[in-house]
Design a protein around this ligand. Structure first.
Ligand code: PLP
Length: 437
């Protein structure tokens, strides 16, 4: 209660903006996740890995736009790409451009399972398109997803149910990380399900890594049952140069994951709106408008159209190209995620003997707040059901108010993501804050 009062007193301008905003925006904003009681903080600007709010407070940005902001707020290469696009290229030429081709080639070189690629405007869209490819290719409509999954605003699955407003009855919701259950679920849905759609680490679900056993069980069972394997790498593609799929190795033969279709979004265009989906050439050829005799694959399933005014907008294409080729390069990606592994371990060490724990991979993690004194209750969080039943949301909120007061901008739900250029020294300050807390 005191923490909330301190928050109110230190943020009078944010409160004023909020009072005005609730008149025109339901709840005061246009992204549910930004809702914060008693009111959200209004940010004025971002510089590198810092944010400054409308009351003049400066924060170390540990939200990093929910993983999309990995390049920081004012990366000079991105800034130059934006300026040169606006001044020399122009916005949206209503035509294909070389930047679109260059960006697609960069995506394929990083994620080889994406043999052919199409762009769209968000991760949500990318998943919807991936599902429509699967439905067209198989002639089936059901989709297997997992409890706690977040594949976009209209593709959210909690407490064993779909909270979607589209295709309400087409979802089969399985249990994440249940490698035996998933094999059963997939074989039971043979001839009914078009695809399994899954994250290699549940992001919004609490940064819960998928075990190699679970992920490879999905890959094997989908192949055996004529169901497509769609891997949502909208967040996890930033966790290794080749995405998380390159690091989740088959426990039997050490091979990486090779999904039929992969979806991307968030960081890949350096902060511009973006989505991308790609995979096996014969699947993507559904969108190849050339007559079958000319297209790469004979006997492909019936064609579909993929359109969208801003799919190849010049800003996203140019910035995406430079992000993959010159900003978030494989070397930068490896270094940032190694820093993240160190950071997470340091946090975990501080959490020993407390009601807190940390889950995640590389530079994306989530701090959890347990309802029980018994450490063992919260240390093995493997899926969302456990997180909910074992969570203490008032402790989590108290932590958030304290973090914000101390100048650390973290997601209210405990998600912490690192941005390029963040130093060990800056992270040590947060680690000390956690230790004192
Ligand atoms: N998939 C995952 C795993 C995500 O975390 C998100 C967004 O948070 C999406 C898809 C949706 O992406 P977008 O917000 O660009 O629609």
């Amino acid at each position: 209660h005191d923490a909330e009062n301190d928050y109110k007193q230190s943020n009078p301008n944010s409160q004023k903006w909020h009072e005005r905003a609730i008149r025109v925006l339901p709840g005061g904003n246009t992204r549910s996740i930004l809702h914060t009681d008693p009111f959200p903080i209004y940010m004025d600007r971002g510089e590198g890995n810092r944010l400054i709010d409308v009351d003049g407070h400066e924060y170390l940005d540990l939200v990093g736009e929910m993983t999309a902001g990995v390049c920081g707020h004012s990366n000079p290469i991105i800034r130059d790409a934006i300026i040169s696009t606006v001044t020399k290229t122009g916005l949206n030429l209503g035509a294909t451009t070389a930047a679109e081709l260059g960006f697609a080639e960069q995506v394929r070189s990083r994620f080889p399972s994406m043999e052919q690629i199409r762009f769209c405007n968000s991760g949500t869209e990318a998943n919807i398109y991936a599902l429509s490819i699967a439905r067209q290719a198989t002639g089936l409509s059901k989709v297997i997803v997992f409890n706690g999954a977040y594949h976009g605003g209209v593709l959210t699955f909690v407490h064993g149910a779909s909270v979607n407003t589209i295709d309400r009855n087409d979802w089969v919701v399985g249990s994440y990380n249940d490698h035996e259950g998933v094999q059963r679920l997939i074989s039971e849905n043979r001839g009914k399900a078009a695809a399994v759609l899954v994250e290699g680490m549940q992001g919004a679900g609490g940064c819960i890594p998928g075990s190699a056993k679970f992920m490879h069980a999905i890959q094997k069972a989908t192949k055996e049952n004529g169901i497509l394997f769609i891997l949502d790498e909208v967040i996890t593609s930033r966790l290794a140069p080749g995405g998380l799929q390159s690091t989740i190795l088959d426990p039997h033969d050490g091979t990486p994951l090779k999904p039929d279709i992969t979806t991307l979004g968030k960081w890949i265009a350096g902060g511009m709106t973006i989505g991308a989906f790609g995979g096996r050439q014969e699947l993507l050829s559904i969108y190849d408008p050339r007559p079958a005799s000319e297209s790469a694959m004979q006997g492909k399933p019936a064609q579909m159209s993929h359109s969208g005014t801003f799919n190849n907008n010049t800003l996203a294409m140019h910035v995406g190209l430079v992000v993959l080729s010159s900003v978030y390069t494989p070397a930068v990606c490896t270094e940032l995620n190694a820093l993240g592994d160190w950071f997470r371990q340091e946090l975990l060490d501080r959490c020993q003997g407390t009601r807190m724990t940390v889950t995640g991979v590389g530079a994306v993690c989530n701090i959890h707040f347990g309802a029980h004194e018994d450490q063992r209750e919260i240390l093995r969080i493997e899926h969302l059901d456990e997180r909910h039943s074992k969570a203490d949301s008032s402790l989590r909120d108290f932590f958030w108010f304290q973090a914000v007061q101390k100048g650390f901008w973290i997601a209210r739900r405990g998600m912490v993501t690192l941005t390029m250029g963040t130093t060990r020294l800056e992270l040590r300050e947060f680690i000390e804050f956690v230790e004192d807390f």
